[in-house]
Structures are given as structure tokens and as C-alpha cells.
Design a protein around this ligand. Structure first.
Ligand code: NAP
Length: 252
């Protein structure tokens, strides 16, 4: 069975690697093409958008895809919406593989906001040293709050014109270790952290480090996306695929 994995996360990569070694499946791994050196699994890979809902629907039919797994990042809302709509048009079964959200723990000081514009406003009037651990796409929202100085962490360098005036960029790719995150916050005298509620373990140590140091976190909530059947781990995604292979799954 041909399986399209909409990728870009650790879980997507791991699932693709599992399917790569399984003769029952012919997995295709799709990436938007945002990072310069993406981690690619040992499956057929496809880099670049499909051309919206219609493009994806056409592609699913042309490639005779039997199942689609949306394992994109929880903040890749457009792709997830497109997947739901294209699945409805083509009747290709869709499963969303999405890690659970981080939950507030004792000692956490979170200011939960809806988006990056609200996150920039939540930093307040007084100048602060903020750690932006949000990727590079939405850093420009913080040009609206130029009174703060920023430590911006991303996998690839953000566009210079979208950076707030007092910015320093570090290029790093997760997973991150607690001791390193603690040292980073301390050495850079960070007053406040801005994070997306990505979930998972790879990016969580900065939240633990902020908790340990008593530093507040502006936590950007996940965007709303339409309902789809969901699972939180790779084993459950595999079980769902195996269920589709059973002959009875195609009856009635
Ligand atoms: P997005 O805003 O939801 O998607 C924008 C467009 O990019 C989509 O309409 C689609 O183009 C294309 N696209 C997105 N994901 C794709 C995929 N896996 N395969 C093929 N095309 C894809 O997504 P985004 O926020 O730009 O994220 C892009 C990728 O980076 C995703 O794979 C995501 O998992 C990963 N990522 C995102 C974040 C984040 O915070 N957003 C963080 C880490 C990793 P067409 O309409 O032309 O098909």
C-alpha cells in the first residue's frame, strides 16, 4: 500500500524509517522544503508543496495513495487543513500523528497567547532580554516590540530584514539537552522565553530550564485545525495502517 507521510517532525521521520523496512508499504515522505539540509528517511522523498487542496487531491489520485498520515508540526496548520479537505475529496484515509501538548507543571510561569503578534505584545513595555525559540518564519512579528533585545534560535538563518533591531541569531537544531538549555539561558541573561506549544521531548528542555530558573515563558497556543482521526505515537500509526491492510477494512 502506498502511504503518503506529510513530514517535518521527528515522529514523521521515525515512522518513515519504520515503513522503509516494511515490504507491505511503499512510503512517500513529503516535505515543504523549508530547511536547507533536511533529515531524509530511506523512503522515496518529495520536496515542495502540492499546490493547495486541489493539487494534493490530484496527487493522491495520480500516485494511487492508499493512506495519508499527517505528521507535520502542530503549527503547520495550513498543511493539516489541506490534508483534511483532500482526504474528504478523494476518500483516502487520513490519520493525524500528533504529539500531546505540553501541560503547565508546578513552578511554571506561562503567559499563554494565541499567536506571535500577541506574544510580542506579551513581552510588555519594559525592555527585556527575550529568547525566541520559535523557528525563523514568524520572528518578524517581534519588530513591533523593538525595545527588547532578542536571542533568536533557528535551524536556518532568518531573513535579516525581518529581524528586530537588537537581535542575535544562533543556529541550532534539536534535540536539546537540559544542561545546555540551562547554560544558554544563564549565559545570555535571558529574562523571558517565547515558545510554541510544540509538545514532545526534543524542544522541552528549555521549558524545564526556564522553570528551574524562575523565568517566565510566553507560550503560543496551537492553532485550531479541523478534526481528523488522531494518534500520538508511531506504534498507533502503524497499527492503523495494518488495520487498513486487512481485507475486511475494504468491505461495506
Ligand atoms: P504550513 O503553513 O501548514 O504549510 C504551508 C504550505 O507549505 C502548505 O500549504 C503546503 O504547500 C506546504 N507544505 C507544508 N508542509 C508540507 C509537507 N510536509 N509536504 C509538502 N508540502 C508541505 O506549514 P509550515 O508551518 O510552513 O511548515 C512546513 C513544514 O515544516 C511542515 O512539514 C512542518 O511539519 C515543518 N515544521 C513546521 C514548524 C512550524 O512551527 N510551523 C516547526 C517545525 C517543523 P501546498 O499548499 O503548495 O501543498
Amino acid at each position: 500500500m502506498r502511504v503518503l507521510i506529510l513530514g517535518g517532525t521527528t515522529e514523521a521521520f521515525q515512522l518513515a524509517q519504520r515503513l522503509a523496512g516494511d515490504a507491505r508499504f511503499d512510503a512517500l515522505y513529503a516535505l515543504a522544503g523549508r530547511t536547507q539540509k533536511p533529515l531524509l528517511p530511506a523512503t522515496t522523498c518529495r520536496i515542495g508543496g502540492f499546490g493547495g487542496v486541489d493539487g494534493l487531491a490530484r496527487w493522491l489520485v495520480d500516485e494511487r495513495v492508499g493512506a495519508m498520515i499527517d505528521a507535520t508540526h502542530p503549527f503547520a496548520a495550513q498543511m493539516s487543513r489541506n490534508a483534511v479537505e483532500a482526504a474528504a475529496i478523494t476518500y483516502v484515509p487520513l490519520l493525524r500523528l500528533q504529539r500531546a501538548e505540553w501541560q503547565l507543571q508546578p513552578g511554571d510561569d506561562w503567559r499563554i497567547v494565541a499567536d506571535m503578534v500577541a506574544a510580542a505584545a506579551a513581552l510588555g513595555e519594559q525592555p527585556q532580554r527575550a529568547f525566541l525559540a520559535i523557528g525563523r518564519k514568524e520572528v518578524a512579528a517581534f519588530t513591533a516590540a523593538p525595545q527588547h533585545s532578542y536571542l533568536v534560535r533557528a535551524v536556518d538563518a532568518p531573513n535579516a530584514e525581518g529581524l528586530p533591531p537588537q537581535s542575535q541569531v544562533i543556529l541550532q537544531r534539536g534535540p536539546f539537552a537540559f544542561a545546555d538549555e540551562l547554560a544558554l539561558l544563564q549565559h545570555n541573561r535571558i529574562d523571558i522565553v517565547v515558545s510554541k506549544n510544540a509538545g514532545g521531548t526534543a524542544a522541552y528542555p528549555k521549558i524545564e530550564a526556564a522553570r528551574q530558573l524562575g523565568i517566565p515563558v510566553v507560550m503560543v497556543a496551537r492553532p485550531a485545525i479541523p478534526h481528523a482521526p488522531e494518534c500520538a505515537d508511531i506504534d498507533a500509526a502503524l497499527a492503523w495502517l495494518e488495520e487498513l491492510l486487512r481485507p475486511e477494512a475494504h468491505c461495506g
